[in-house]
Design a protein around this ligand. Sequence first.
Ligand code: ZN
Length: 472
Amino acid sequence: MKSNVVKNGIVFAMFVIGILYVLIYFFVPKLNIEKNKITINVNEDYQNINYSASVIGKDVTDKVKVDGVVDTSHVGTYRITYELKESIFDIKKVVEVKVVDNVPPELKLYGQEEYKVCSVDSFEDEGYSAVDNYDGDLTDKVEVKKYDSSIDYIVKDSSNNETKKTRNIIIDDEVAPSIKLKGNEKVYVTLNSEYKEEGATASDNCDGDITNNIQIEGSIDVNNEGTYTLTYIVKDSKGNESSVKREVVVQKEQVVADKNNKNTNGVIYLTFDDGPGGYTNTILDVLKKYDVKATFFVTLAGSDDVIKREYDEGHTVALHTATHKYEIYTSVDTYFADLNKVAKRVKDITGIDSKYVRFPGGSSNTISRRYSSGIMTKLAKEVQERGYKYYDWNVDVNDAGKCAYVSNRQYCVLSNFKSGIYPNRSNVVLMHDIKSYTASALEDMIKYGKSKGFTFKAIDDNTPTCHHGIHN
Ligand code: ZN
């Protein structure tokens, strides 16, 4: 019996719970929210989630209190509370709103995407910039990683969004080295004497100074007369090659007998090219002081008065060129068209037809090959057929060459003069009256020459020829 009572009690209790459940179901207010979690991008519009509320089938949505703020301009997690109070009930629901930054920074590389350089280390970066929608300027945060053939640029924003860009670096040296001769392109060596190699220098855009890599091809036999060519070749580490050449003329000492000269100690013919110039009057003053006559191979430069003075003071006014441009070697006609202009000038000033000529660059010049092959051979013959005599030189004071690049130019000119003149021959000395240091050295040259017993003369009809070998 007792057990039946318990059974009935349980059944009754269950009945009561069922009734209560039904009552609660009907009488407890209902709050429905579409979602309980949403994610939006930073700076995107946020709109409240749809929701509704009801009690016993009656709509009470307008009684729901929404609380909380979403700051869409800041990354973070926000909570919005929805609350409905109805009679004894208080119902709360929370929606989680995540504001996120999913946009990677913008990374700009200045310059090119691909470079050809000697090495990654020699690459000079043209720069970059990085801007993020959320963090702003991130240029300082860009990480630069150098590899053998590329450079990576990586930037991350505060939300770990990453942007990566790459420049390709091609290690290449397409530029040939530069090579320069030390000393002259053309060197004269007296037969059976010593040839002194002055060498060359070379540098490369990638390898720097590569003078030590220079190889010299060709050889010189100082015991045999002739023109020898030396080729100086240099290669950079990528095999780009450059070369220069030097001509070495081995010749007998240019001793030319001067039949009319009783002085066995030799004659010096001072010759000045390219004037009249700014120093011609100074030179004329010095010549006058020592009673020395010289020869001026003039151009169209300078003033007529200076040429008049040269002539009046007993010097030889000779013909160099009107323009001093190597284009004159284009043809026989272009050469004489130029020569005739300077000849006319001299004739107009002095009244004489000058018969003495000096070719720009000398008769041995090879630059003329660029304008006409064989032109010097033709001109040497042609000038003589037209009644001129041409004079090269056998002493070069180098005032237009090497001496222009040393610190003591005057000393350079003087020492070249001293070492260049030889006794018992005609010394034809090449100088330029457009060089101040030549004018300054002149007095010492004359004193030295006189002290050694030389006679100074101007070129005249008795002057022995002084010709270089012709190489074009
Ligand atoms: Zn000249």
